[in-house]
Ligand binder design. Structure first.
Ligand code: AVI
Length: 309
């Protein structure tokens, strides 16, 4: 079984730097150092997303129990350390197989070993793959398939890409199968901007790590401090944007090329789209799912959506 996904992802970290509006794909944020910084972000007081989603999962167990009312396979896209999944594995019966899909093979192998010890009765089979590209699922005949895509990662896809991506995920499923999707909600801009520009500077370090990565991978020596971290909510697009802003006029020497950067010129490094209920309904409809339920926290900062084929 293969998906055929199509996400704008240049193979090279430098390619967008030669365009008039400079940009770097956010997928390059996640080298080893970047992944560690992202883990730290999820614990920051300003980054409400992770803990809010975990609370929604924990406080709505009867909803998840009804999803897994028959022998099921839980398939997680971008599983990382599977922290939130443990809430489901701990409290919900009928999960016979757990298939974490993650790009980092080593990390995945460690997670699978640890989980298998904690949950000996569940068949755990990791798939090491970039889930935005075609990947193969193991044979899951006779089990209800439930795709779990938490963390509001869907927000890092451009809206059209998100629809195509979920449409492709849907094509892996059969009637009765379901999708559990975490989305970050539109809200007061100051709350969102603080979540992407925390007081401790962890998100700034996460963004600037792109410069460190370019220096390492392309034998460059760009001054990391010659760029500052900028996080701005773009209300017309409904997204928070991260940029690296040059503090001075400079010429970067990278990969045998020179790139001129003006003072205050920005390199766009990430979009994170926020959803309101209409956006969620539209996303479900255009990707071919039937939206069943939207479960939110009391401030409506975050929602976990249940979609059916
Ligand atoms: C992984 N993703 C959902 C995060 C987000 O909130 O868009 C990445 C992130 N960027 C800055 N902080 C966290």
């Amino acid at each position: 079984m293969k998906t055929h996904l199509n996400v704008k992802a240049p193979s090279n970290i430098l390619s967008g730097l030669f365009e008039e509006k400079k940009w770097i794909s956010s997928k390059f944020l996640y080298d080893e150092q970047g992944s560690q910084l992202f883990e730290q972000i999820t614990d920051l007081p300003e980054y409400y997303q992770t803990r809010t989603e975990a609370r929604i999962l924990l406080e709505n167990l009867s909803t998840w129990k009804s999803v897994f009312h028959e022998p099921s396979a839980l398939i997680e896209l971008g599983s990382g350390s599977s922290k939130k999944t443990k809430i489901l594995l701990d409290h919900v019966k009928n999960i016979e197989s757990y298939i974490p899909i993650d790009i980092s093979e080593e990390f995945l192998a460690d997670t699978v070993t640890q989980l298998q010890t904690s949950y000996p009765e569940i068949h755990i089979q990791g798939v090491s793959a970039d889930y935005t590209q075609p990947f193969t699922l193991p044979d899951l005949k006779g089990k209800k398939k439930v795709i779990f895509f938490p963390g509001s990662t869907i927000g890092n896809f451009e809206p059209g890409e998100a629809e195509r991506f979920l449409g492709n995920i849907r094509s892996l499923l059969e009637p009765g199968d379901e999708l559990i999707l975490g989305v970050d909600r539109k809200k007061d801009e100051t709350v969102i901007e603080a979540a992407y520009d925390d007081a401790a500077g962890v998100t700034a370090a996460f963004n600037k790590n792109l410069i460190t990565r370019i220096n390492r991978e392309h034998e460059a020596s760009i001054d990391v401090e010659s760029f500052s971290h900028v996080a701005l909510y773009n209300s017309s697009a409904g997204r928070i944007e991260m940029h690296l802003e040059s503090v001075r006029d400079q010429v970067l020497s990278v990969g045998g090329h020179t790139i001129e950067v003006k003072k205050q010129e920005r390199i766009h490094t990430e979009n994170s789209y926020k959803y309101d209920p209409e956006d969620i309904i539209q996303l479900g409809r255009s990707s071919g799912f039937l939206l069943q339920r939207v479960v939110s926290d009391e401030r409506e900062y975050f929602s976990v959506c249940l979609m059916e084929v």
